[in-house]
Design a protein around this ligand. Structure first.
Ligand code: NOJ
Length: 749
């Protein structure tokens, strides 16, 4: 083929693509015109994603040499790159492809913008604890704004995997255990990243991941087998993905796990029948890092070429760093192993996203040096993530009313290695952030009062722990313990900061123990012996099991990892300028032995039958969690009354309840409605969240909240994936957590 002759033709085509408000029909035609000109190798190239020239988020790619990648870029055999960022670098590579490849098709630049680029918002699990969709959307839009300023146009977020197993390090990345809340959080994040207009240079394409069921990795172990039934798949795992598709998410990432014995990357039922078929997904599927190549070690393909064929046939449109498509796909098509129509469909989907992002209009639209300088750590971004951080805090206990502290409180002693840690609050998955750029708890407290003292106590974590290393814990070095206890003796209140190092959760950070690592428990006990006035500030990326602390420490504030403004948000909460309003998006167990523990369990045939021993329980632990899903207190008190149900015909049931703020200050409460369908053709959970509203009330004020339940809330998917609403009795519970509330029931005829 004479490339020299073709280039001018393509240049004309490229120019003719340059229209601002191109309708879908317009670009469909352009895509068809482009497809006609593409060789099989170029089509496979569009389906190929290469890592940048350094490896940050996966094992070093085999033979990942830059020279070969440069050659492929120039040939137009790379549709996208990941982990390349910064205007200069992105522009350089985009220019290479646009100017030197035969067709000059611009690339997508993807990155794990999980909870911010430079300015970090709280980890996603923390954000989910806010139950505040507006704030979550805003936080994602801040992340998109900064990411787009460094040349990126695509994020591999949100992770919408439902996760019930706190041992799994990636629970920090998602919206928790519940499909209803998880879907809302996922949609808010998609909307935040993509905005109303994807072609703006401040919005980026989002990715719902990991399709599907990755959150159910056995024993919470990363990259492990998943084995769940259709009832759970359809009713628990799918809803957030389906909702993200309905919110027009531009890409979906598959995963590393198998499901029903099929690697999900090789699963045509998931990707073709459900995602692109039943749900009408219009975007494209990106594989996870080398998940196409891993089809072979799973024992599902004989080699890389075979793996690529299976993946392409199954609807995996883009290959992240396996090099299966770029190396073999054209040959596989020629040999009749993969239909060219599948390849065309994948390329159409990828090109469509490029059009929607406006890349054909201007391949450098995300490459503006001035904007790059101006947007990073912008004051508005810092304000937004502070707001998000304040909303994400959950008050787990405040038995003796220690909180809020008085602003002129004297004699505060702050203890804990994490108290002056400026790195851990950034959490995991903060690849582009600056190390030690968070406001520490100590700095936050210092901005309120100078009348405090700080004792680090024993070191919990190794200072040099980094994303790529395992976190080392100084388990037996008790230096500092005595000093901490001594200081605590005379304190009016001890603010004790404990939890996990920022890199103890996230990808490949599974734990078998979910207690406080190192000497922290010992420290807390020793301090409790000399002073009971302890405010335990938890900083962690997953639910922890802290039975002793939950029983003995009067005040516990769950602050997760709150990002750049962490310390300020915590201090404002400690001193009462922020009244906590978060609610747990995941159940906290009493012991790791209860895991996976979640509120929406299926009914068992052997519910409580004491004193008979043969019922579903543990011999050595209660069944109930330490802190249930939906739990969270406030500095004020809320009362629920007058639960009423009105059925207006068969289509709608209205539930109303009156909420009163009976305390002394303004506060916010998340009113939660749980539904239960006690007899059904498929066993239903004991209860399921079906509606919620976050309500702000002045002290003494009351408000009546109304929820409307329709077939959407009353139905479920059968094992044949039929949506069904079955007549009979429905029970509802409305309250401030999944564990208790006002109850009533109604009949559906
Ligand atoms: C592997 C992770 O599973 C995925 O979520 C991430 O987006 C990719 N690596 C790229 O970093």
């Amino acid at each position: 083929m004479n490339y020299r002759l073709l280039k001018p033709i393509c240049f004309i085509l490229f120019l003719s693509l340059n229209t601002n408000l191109m309708s879908q029909q317009d670009y469909d035609q352009k895509i068809e015109a482009l497809l006609k000109q593409m060789t099989l190798e170029e089509k496979a190239g569009q389906m190929n994603q290469y890592n940048g020239f350094y490896d940050v988020t996966g094992p070093a790619p085999e033979g990942g040499n830059a020279a070969l990648k440069y050659e492929h870029l120039k040939k137009g055999w790379v549709g996208s790159m990941l982990n390349v960022r910064g205007v200069e670098e992105v522009r350089k590579l985009q220019k290479l492809v646009v100017e030197e490849s035969r067709l000059g098709i611009p690339m997508l630049f993807g990155f794990d913008v999980i909870h911010g680029l430079k300015t970090q918002s709280p980890i996603p699990l923390a954000e989910a604890a806010s139950w505040d969709m507006e704030a979550i959307e805003k936080s994602a839009s801040v992340a998109a704004n900064e990411a787009s300023a460094v040349g990126l146009n695509w994020t591999f977020a949100p992770m919408v995997d439902i996760s019930r197993d706190a041992r799994w390090g990636r629970v920090m990345e998602g919206g928790g255990e519940d499909p209803f809340l998880g879907a809302k959080v996922g949609v808010a994040r998609v909307k935040g990243f993509q905005g109303k207009d994807l072609s703006l240079n401040s919005t980026i394409a989002a990715t719902a991941k990991h399709f599907a069921a990755y959150g159910f990795a056995e024993a919470g172990k990363e990259y492990n087998t998943v084995d769940i039934g259709t009832n759970t798949l359809y009713n628990m795992v799918f809803p957030p993905f389906k909702a993200a598709v309905e919110a027009n998410v531009q890409s979906v990432m598959n995963g590393f796990n198998i499901l029903n014995g099929v690697p999900v990357t090789a699963d045509a039922v998931l990707q073709r029948d459900f995602l692109k078929g039943k749900w009408g997904f219009q975007g494209f599927v990106i594989s996870d890092w080398s998940s196409i190549a891993e089809i072979a070690p799973h024992g599902f393909a004989k080699d890389l070429k075979h793996a690529g064929e299976i993946a392409a046939n199954a609807g995996s449109d883009m290959d992240m760093e396996s090099k299966a498509y770029v190396t073999h796909l054209a040959a596989s098509v020629r040999e009749g192993k993969v239909a060219e129509s599948y390849v065309d469909d994948a390329v159409r989907r990828i090109l469509k996203v490029k059009f929607e992002l406006g890349l054909f209009d201007d391949p450098y639209r995300y490459c503006n040096e001035d904007r790059e300088k101006e947007r990073l750590f912008h004051k508005d971004h810092m304000e937004a993530v502070l707001d998000m951080a304040k909303k994400s805090i959950v008050l787990l206990k405040n038995d003796t009313g220690l909180l809020p502290l008085k602003k002129d409180q004297k004699g505060i002693v702050v203890i804990g290695d994490l108290a002056d840690d400026k790195n851990s609050p950034l959490g995991s998955w903060r690849l582009a952030s600056d190390n030690n750029s968070a406001v520490s708890v100590l700095e936050g407290i210092n901005s309120y009062t100078k009348d405090y003292s700080f004792v680090q106590g024993p070191k919990y974590f190794d200072d040099n722990a980094s994303f790529l290393q395992h976190v080392s814990i100084n388990t037996d070095d008790t230096a500092g313990m005595e000093k901490a206890v001594e200081a605590a003796k005379n304190a009016s209140v001890v603010v004790l900061v404990a939890g996990e190092h920022g890199f103890m959760s996230g990808e490949a950070r599974s734990r078998t123990n979910i207690d406080l690592p190192g000497l922290q428990h010992q420290l807390i006990k020793a301090i409790h012996e000399v002073n009971k006035n302890i405010v335990l500030v938890l900083m962690n990326g997953r639910p922890l099991a802290l039975p002793w602390e939950a029983e003995h420490i009067p005040t516990i504030l769950e602050t997760w990892q709150l990002g750049s403004q962490s310390g300020l948000a915590i201090a404002q909460t400690l001193f009462g300028d922020n009244n906590p309003s978060g609610k747990l998006p995941m159940t906290f167990p009493r012991s790791v032995g209860q895991v996976p523990i979640y509120y929406n369990q299926y009914r068992t045939g052997r519910a409580k039958q004491e004193p008979n021993v043969f019922w579903s329980h543990y011999a050595d632990e209660k069944n109930s969690p330490q802190f249930p899903f939906g739990h969270g207190l406030s500095y004020t008190q809320f009362k629920y009354k007058d639960l009423k149900i009105t059925t207006t015909g068969q289509k709608e049931t209205t539930v109303s309840v009156t909420l009163s703020n009976t305390g002394k200050i303004k506060g916010q409460e998340v009113v939660q409605l749980y539904l239960s369908d006690p007899v059904a053709s498929v066993v239903r959970p004991i209860k399921e969240l079906k509606a919620f509203e976050k309500v702000a009330l002045e002290a003494g004020a009351s408000k009546t909240i109304r929820f409307v339940l329709t077939e959407k809330e009353l139905g479920f998917y059968t094992n044949d994936y039929e949506w069904t609403v079955e007549p009979g009795t429905f029970q509802i519970m409305v309250g401030g957590s999944s564990a208790q509330g006002l109850t009533a029931s109604f009949e559906l005829e």
